[in-house]
Design a protein around this ligand. Structure first.
Ligand code: ATP
Ligand code: MG
Length: 621
């Protein structure tokens, strides 16, 4: 027992932890101080997470598929690795890392396309207690450099090039640019994928295919302390400078493994496909660690949803008999644009469960996903969590929790969310709306922002002392269900009424001619703040007064007159992060006429859109 958790919570986490393999069990479950952002789990324990992901399955699942790889180009055959093969590949990669001087505690960076070597590589790090940090291959050399300077990675694993849809991304050349003059990087391992021409620097750069040949076949798992760092992962930067969140081994493993099973109701022969890139937390927790901890078969897709056609997702589902599809609202909306006739052509009869993550899923997209992809027979788990939380915290459990579209519903076992009011007090009423916090620690919470613990405390533990503050707003209804209303920064105060952007966007998106929208606050002489809506219409629909009027009417009907946008700008796209989230801070700057302080847009997926938005900006009369 501790004063950090209730007796029931302590018992829950201890019993759960018993289901994993440990080199040495813990002396005490939890210690420290949640107020000070300093909590340690499983004190005194030692383990290796790859033993839990791989070795322990060898007896019964050696020949079971662990990983199915679906390449970018559908004409290239897909491939797979069994648990036995994945174990072997990880051991060899781990020995290769050792031979290049990587030791327990060293940081290894991965800047790659989505191929099996990426998953093998991060597991190889974990095998020897090295810390992996994956930088999404869509980031610029400048962004990569910033993350390398921050993490002090000694070795980088990259590809000669990566395929993404019809593009070839020259990753190795980008690495060369990023590490020019950066002494901390000693070694670059280059995995061949695209065979484009690259420069190799003697004594620094090595061909993976050549050096792996001499790697020994077995590498014993290095036992590490429970709180030994497992990885550093940078957030997408929707709200500012990316934060390098540090996750540690035991706590992360315990919650991620169990939440995978609970949320998705995973069963032994299911085929799980998470479409996220490993460069995001979703790819860490629910493409790699969660499925492997459960001995599941996980699908890795190299490409993009619309290549070579917008039917690709549905083809992959049928080809690999996917039972669980876990994707993001941004992907769903991008496919919705092409019409439901496309998924309607596919039976996708293997599907059992659909998942959503990354943003609030608007009701329209929820229904589209439910009807045209899930054929009205698959529950949708709308999973709320963050890079910081390591694993899912609020979500339905597939088939068990009664669903409500666009609601993340209930906390998982052991998790204790709450809502705070404007005075910093916890709201005790069941039906409420406020800022979402966590009241008690859970094992997979990030331990710090790498190299900046002060920022960690400031960002998450200072707003409401004693609570973890998520930065998100939420509503709770009479069933106790949570609905995430968007980031707190995005709450707009119209004539004294607090309005969440997600809610208004949701209403706007109900209009049949609208695909996607983004709402930000507009400085308003009378109301304080008004609402400015950027709206992407379906193909062929133009801006017109009639359309604007209809959109306002739709919002009026769904939320009320208070939420009617003051200005509506019809646009062809919205500025998005590489993970597909709308960067509202850029939209805010545009609307506030603070163009000079928009800052660096090079990390955007589509930087060219910013100029167009500025050019088309509307003004209050
Ligand atoms: P940064 O912290 O750098 O701004 P980010 O918050 O976009 O980046 P992530 O950790 O990947 O980076 O995203 C977590 C956020 O995504 C949550 O705080 C929440 O705003 C949003 N989110 C994730 N899942 C859901 C969901 N199911 N419903 C609503 N919002 C979600
Ligand atoms: Mg965040």
């Amino acid at each position: 027992m501790s004063n950090l958790l209730s007796a029931e919570q302590s018992e829950y986490w201890s019993e759960l932890a018993q289901t994993y393999v440990w080199k040495k069990k813990w002396d005490n479950l939890i210690s420290g101080d949640f107020h000070k952002a300093d909590v340690k789990w499983f004190n005194g324990a030692e383990l290796n997470i790859t033993e839990n992901c791989l070795d322990r399955h060898l007896e019964n699942r050696r020949n079971k598929k662990a990983l199915i790889f679906e390449p970018n180009n559908p004409n290239e055959p897909s491939s797979f690795l069994t648990y036995g093969e994945l174990h072997l590949s990880v051991c060899r990669f781990a020995n290769l890392l050792k031979s290049k001087g990587i030791k327990k505690g060293d940081v290894v960076c991965f800047y790659m396309g989505m191929t099996p070597e990426l998953m093998i590589g991060i597991l190889a790090c974990a095998r020897i207690g090295a810390i992996h940090t994956v930088v999404f291959g869509g980031f610029s050399p400048l962004s990569l450099r910033g993350r390398l300077e921050d993490s002090k990675a000694k070795l980088i694993v990259t590809h000669d090039g990566a395929y993404r849809g019809d593009k070839l991304i020259q990753l190795k050349a980008m690495v060369d640019e990023a590490i020019e003059g950066l002494d901390s990087v000693e070694t670059v391992l280059v995995v061949k994928r695209t065979n484009n021409e690259i420069n190799m620097k003697g004594g620094r750069d090595y061909n993976y295919e050549t050096v792996i040949k001499s790697a020994e076949l077995y590498c014993p798992p290095t036992p590490v302390e429970a709180e030994h760092p497992l990885f550093i992962l940078y957030t997408s930067g929707s709200t500012g400078k990316p934060k390098g969140l540090l996750h540690t081994t035991a706590g992360y493993m315990v919650h991620v493994g169990k939440s995978f099973k609970d949320v998705f109701q995973y069963k032994e022969n299911d085929i799980f496909w998470c479409t996220a890139d490993i460069g995001w937390i979703t790819g860490h927790s629910y493409m790699t660690y969660g499925p492997l901890l459960n001995g599941a078969t996980t699908v890795m897709f190299e490409g993009v949803p619309t290549f070579p056609t917008p039917a690709r997702f549905w083809e992959v589902v049928e080809k690999h008999k996917v039972t669980h599809l876990y994707t993001a609202p941004t992907a769903i909306r991008s496919l919705e644009k092409f019409g439901h006739e496309i998924p309607d052509k596919f039976k996708m009869s293997s599907l059992k469960v659909l998942g959503s993550v990354g943003e609030p899923i608007n009701e329209e997209a929820w229904h589209w996903y439910h009807k045209h992809v899930g054929k009205e027979k698959c529950p949708i788990v709308d999973t709320w969590w963050q890079t910081e939380t390591g694993g899912i915290l609020i979500s339905p459990m597939a088939g068990l929790t009664k669903l409500k579209p666009a609601h993340a519903t209930l906390p998982l076992p052991g998790i204790e969310p709450c809502l705070m009011d404007e005075n910093g007090k916890e709201i005790k009423d069941l039906v409420a709306s406020g800022n979402l916090c966590l009241k008690t620690p859970w094992p997979s919470l990030a331990r710090t922002i790498y190299g900046d613990h002060e920022r960690f405390i400031q960002t998450y533990f200072s707003t409401y002392p004693g609570y973890y503050f998520t930065g998100d707003g939420a509503k709770r209804d009479s069933d106790g269900y949570y609905r995430i209303t968007g980031r707190v920064d995005d709450v707009i105060n119209v004539s004294g009424h607090r309005i969440g952007t997600a809610e208004v966007e949701d209403a706007i998106n109900e209009h049949p001619s609208v695909i996607e929208s983004a709402v930000v606050g507009l400085p308003h002489p009378i109301k304080g703040q008004g609402l400015y809506a950027f709206v992407i219409p379906v193909d062929g629909v133009e801006d017109s007064e009639a359309l604007e009027k209809e959109i306002r009417e739709t919002v009026n009907k769904i939320i009320g007159p208070i939420a009617k946008p003051d200005l509506i700008q019809v646009v062809e796209g919205l500025p998005k992060t590489r993970s597909g989230k709308i960067m509202r801070r850029i939209l805010r700057k545009i609307v506030e006429n603070e163009i000079e302080s928009i800052g660096d847009t090079s990390t955007l997926l589509n930087p060219e859109i910013v100029e167009k938005l500025i050019a088309g900006k509307k003004e209050l009369n």
